[in-house]
Design a protein around this ligand. Structure first.
Ligand code: FES
Length: 106
């Protein structure tokens, strides 16, 4: 059985809440963390279409993100392309401890 991926520190929850979207490279992976209503969610940072930074996009309805380049929309919780069914983004588990966001990247 493979080892479970460790939790990796992403950054302050307050920064994510203030900005709404924050992108970073952690463990060599491009990750974006978003405030989706009360939840904090993590997704791959680069759009699978042509590689735009999704953290330059827009979160709406507390559950979806719109790519800034061509407007593809992805579900923040499932990664499913909502107006682009051929596309999908990775989602990662998150947890918050003492005001710090951690992401589990497999
Ligand atoms: S690069 Fe994101 S929709 Fe085209």
């Amino acid at each position: 059985m493979p080892d479970e991926a460790p939790w990796t520190l992403f950054g302050p929850e307050s920064e994510v809440r203030q900005k709404g979207l924050v992108g970073r490279t952690i463990n060599g992976r491009e990750v974006a963390v978003a405030a989706a209503g009360e939840r904090i969610v993590a997704i791959q940072r680069r759009c699978p279409h042509e590689g735009a930074n999704l953290d330059d996009g827009q979160v709406f309805a507390a559950k979806a993100i719109k790519c800034p380049l061509h407007g593809f929309i992805f579900d923040l919780f499932t990664g499913k392309g909502l107006n682009c069914p051929a596309f999908h983004i990775a989602t990662y588990q998150t947890k918050i401890e003492n005001g710090v966001v951690y992401v589990k990247i497999d």
